[in-house]
Ligand binder design. Structure first.
Ligand code: 1VU
Length: 310
């Protein structure tokens, strides 16, 4: 059922060169099945009862958006309303036709300290916990499947659900002094927002077992060593200005997002299909996505310019 859903997303989107078709399909609902999604409205209402902070989206003309987890007084922990915010921002990104890239960051020098423990305490009964878990799994799976190239810019701490959020991006950039830590075991938990499944795919099962079993603090050096981090950025000196780290992340990301939006989106889609579909279906989907860029404006322009790849 999961595979069918993924293939439907990819095939439908590849039959149209627009990002909108892809977006509409994803917006239609859930990443798994209607069973998991039947309670979305109910849990959304419950989550809204735990307000505080916000998740802010800035879409830029460059095609790069910035998503900011913003609740500094709680180290950017996710309140209930922020979980709903996140899902809404993902919907907005799904319908952004010119999207190419996304930077996910935390406000005020730290990434995200997971779920808001005050909200967690209040909804600690198993039924609501499961619904919240599925709500966040759904939102983060859709985030990772966006037809753009995303990077988590980790400054300060990414703890618990914050660490899981980093794995819902294509890349992770760690600022000097930052830490990613799956603290779930210390909380008597395991990841439930899809973070374990994604972590295994990023660092392999041996490393994932070590990180989860030992609640290991991953600093930039270890992050690079095991492949959790894709790059390390020096935190700028105060006199260099507050926006500089973000600018550095934008520069880093631009290596992958330079070029025409349909081509960047197609790159993400072929990689996504390779990652999520069995080989025969991935090959068919790749062919269909190829068809959306073959003979397109960027392809014709490249052919006309007789470019050499030296
Ligand atoms: C999905 C599963 C999950 O995510 S479970 C949640 C996992 N996260 C955690 O357990 C984080 C718990 N918090 C901490 O370990 C520390 O607060 C960290 C983040 C290391 C920061 O320490 P420190 O720099 O000393 O600041 P502090 O403790 O004084 O925190 C500042 C204020 O922020 C709050 N805060 C922090 N994290 C959360 C959280 N997850 N939920 C709710 N509130 C949080 C602290 O309580 C503190 O608030 P206050 O100033 O005492 O009112």
């Amino acid at each position: 059922m999961v595979l069918c859903a993924v293939r439907r997303h990819l095939l439908k989107s590849s039959s149209s060169s627009s990002c909108g078709a892809w977006a509409r399909l994803l917006q239609r609902g859930c990443v798994y099945s209607s069973v998991h999604c039947s309670d979305q409205g109910e849990i959304r209402e419950k989550l809204q009862a735990f307000p505080g902070g916000s998740v802010d989206l800035l879409k830029q003309e460059s095609g790069i958006a910035v998503l900011t987890i913003n609740y500094p007084s709680r180290m950017n922990a996710f309140s209930g309303s922020m979980m709903v915010d996140l899902e809404e921002r993902v919907s907005q990104l799904e319908s952004w036709i010119d999207c190419k890239g996304l930077i996910v960051q935390g406000a005020s020098g730290t990434f995200c300290s997971g779920s808001d423990l005050n909200a967690v305490r209040a909804i600690s009964n198993p039924q609501d916990g499961m619904k919240m878990c599925m709500f966040m799994q759904n939102a983060l799976t859709r985030l990772l499947r966006l037809p753009l190239i995303s990077v988590a810019l980790v400054e300060g701490r990414a703890l618990g659900g914050g660490a899981e959020l980093t794995t819902a991006c294509d890349f992770r950039l760690m600022a000097s002094g930052s830490v990613i830590q799956f603290v779930h075991k210390h909380m008597g938990l395991v990841p439930g927002w899809g973070g374990a499944a994604r972590l295994v795919r990023i660092v392999g099962s041996q490393n994932a077992l070590k990180l989860l079993g030992g609640a290991v603090k991953v600093d930039p050096e270890l992050g690079l060593q095991i492949g959790l981090a894709d790059g390390v950025l020096e935190v700028p000196q105060a006199e260099e200005g507050a926006g500089t780290l973000l600018q550095r992340a934008e520069n880093w990301l631009s290596h992958y997002t330079n070029g025409a939006a349909p081509v960047v989106q197609a790159v993400k889609k072929v990689v996504l299909s390779g990652r999520e579909l069995p080989l025969s279906e991935a090959l068919r989907t790749e062919k269909d996505i190829f068809g959306t860029v073959w003979g397109g404006p960027a392809n014709l322009q490249a052919l006309a310019s007789k470019s050499k790849h030296r």
